[in-house]
Design a protein around this ligand. Structure first.
Ligand code: GLU
Length: 481
């Protein structure tokens, strides 16, 4: 168990999405870890929408984030707060830093900065602001502000020193603030930038632990400098490894779906998503593979979760593994609940009992609910297929026809009440053994389903019932001609 997390009772954590896109699977995973830690240690989870980027933030994305979080079962105790509604707070703190001379107005033009940057890069140096406006006199500042030729930005006076923090996941991380230089913390007094608004909110909201993606490690030194400027003690930080594609590159659209929304729409179960996501970068036991239980309920996950077991290296996203976990969770579902969830994925309206029967025979094969659409089509409409596929391997059309006719004779003699999977198997299998399994059962199954791959003939016969089954077999006989 992580000593650092353990000793903190009742941590305050937060989810801080920027509504600039559909909820990303990587962010969902970060939020899930926060949620689990909050649950595990009786903490509180705060939802804060970071919509300071006015051009890129949008309400449709915000709604998707809220909806996707709810779908995943990731609920929050406070919020949603919106940064766009907290402008006065940031302004107050920006003014404080300006008054205390810990931040300053910078009047350098974009052209000037770009030229300096290019020059430094050409000398092989890492760019940082040269501090030209750092020590302007009161008069110069006043004059520049009044001239209003250049809209000044606000920069933080970065202390020139080395510093470090102890990351909960990665251990000690050292950095040199002098290489970073005086960062811009606001475009103007009414437009704070991410690093600033983020720190103010985390401090105001009394966040004790910031658990976020590794892509934010480079922001942490800057944010720590802001805490220091105010004299606030910073929260703990833990940076989670990123999710990687199978080729070990950063997970991107090129590789597959990255929006939670797409998984929801494709019939993945939230409990499977949660189970899958938590295993990206975390494992309950040291031994992976054989014997390690990987299908867990959320209660089991919370129970077994330990921050110390979060790995440092990137976690590879395997779509096959997700499908497998989803299939396992589908099997665990109460069948009536499963029917309700499956109905939107079936394009035909039918009696629930009928749908239930169809689902039951496919239970072993379903990876996601949207698979049902293709897998079960033929139960609802007469299949359309080429007669060639009725013929088993080296067999012939005439043999297929003969065996189909034989099948109709046997099936016609079975009473409706006896027409169920077990009986059908008992009656038909001995015939299949005599004639040849492929020769007898293949044409029968294709006649019923029109598919080269489908449920077994006994299962289909059972679901379709005697008269519909006979009708389909006779149609197949006619097809062969
Ligand atoms: N709004 C930031 C993001 O979506 C939050 C980063 C953080 O957790 O501090 O990446």
């Amino acid at each position: 168990m992580s000593p650092r997390i353990k000793k903190i009772e009742k941590p305050r954590l937060r989810m801080a999405p920027s509504p600039t896109g559909w909820l990303h699977i990587g962010n969902a995973r970060v939020f899930l870890f926060n949620w689990i830690i909050a649950k595990k240690y009786q903490g509180k989870l705060i939802l804060r929408i970071e919509d300071t980027d006015k051009e890129r933030s949008n309400l449709e994305y915000e709604n998707d984030i809220l909806e996707s979080l709810k779908w995943l079962g990731i609920n929050w105790d406070e919020g949603p707060y919106r940064q766009s509604q907290r402008g006065d707070i940031y302004k107050k703190y920006l003014n404080q830093l300006l008054e205390e001379k810990k931040a300053y107005y910078c009047f350098c033009s974009q052209e000037e900065l770009t030229a300096k940057k290019e020059e430094m890069i050409s000398r092989g140096e890492v760019y940082s602001y040269d501090g030209k406006c750092r020590n302007l006199s009161e008069d110069e500042i006043k004059k520049n502000l009044e001239s209003s030729i250049i809209q000044p930005v606000i920069r933080l006076k970065m202390p020139e020193k080395k510093n470090h923090f102890n990351d909960l996941i990665r251990g000690k991380i050292e950095f040199d603030l002098s290489l970073i230089g005086d960062i811009v913390i606001a475009k103007n007094i009414d437009y704070p930038l991410y690093n600033f608004a983020n720190v103010i909110d985390d401090a105001e909201m009394k966040i004790t632990h910031i658990i976020r993606g590794e892509d934010h490690i480079s922001n942490t030194p800057k944010q720590l400098a802001i805490y220091e400027a105010f004299g606030w003690s910073p929260p703990e930080f833990g940076h989670l490894p990123l999710i990687l594609s199978s080729d070990k590159s950063k997970m991107s659209k090129r590789f597959g779906s990255v929006a939670v929304k797409e998984y929801r729409e494709n019939g993945y179960l939230p409990e499977a998503m949660v189970n899958f996501l938590v295993f990206l970068g975390w494992h309950p036991t040291e031994e992976k593979g054989i014997g390690a239980k990987e299908v867990l309920s959320i209660e089991e996950i919370i129970e077994q979760f330990e921050v110390d077991k979060i790995q440092k290296s990137g976690a590879v996203f395997s779509p096959d593994k997700l499908d497998w976990i989803n299939g396992e969770h589908i099997k665990l579902m109460d069948i009536d609940d499963l029917v309700e969830k499956a109905i939107p994925f079936i394009d035909y309206s039918a009696d629930k009992e009928f749908i239930k029967k169809i689902i039951l025979i496919h239970l072993k094969r379903i990876k996601k609910l949207s698979d049902l659409r293709e897998l079960t089509k033929y139960f609802f409409e007469l299949p359309d297929y080429k007669k060639d596929i009725l013929v088993w391997k080296n067999s012939s059309e005439s043999e297929a026809k003969e065996n189909l006719i034989f099948a109709t004779e046997i099936l016609s003699s079975i009473d409706d009440e006896e027409f169920n999977q077990d009986n059908l198997e008992k009656i038909l299998m001995p015939e299949a053994e005599k004639i040849g399994r492929g020769e007898f059962l293949w044409p029968l199954r294709v006649a019923l389903s029109g598919e080269e791959k489908s449920a077994s003939p006994f299962e289909i016969l059972d679901v379709l019932g005697k008269s519909e089954s006979l009708r389909r077999i006779r149609l197949a006989v006619d097809k062969v001609g």
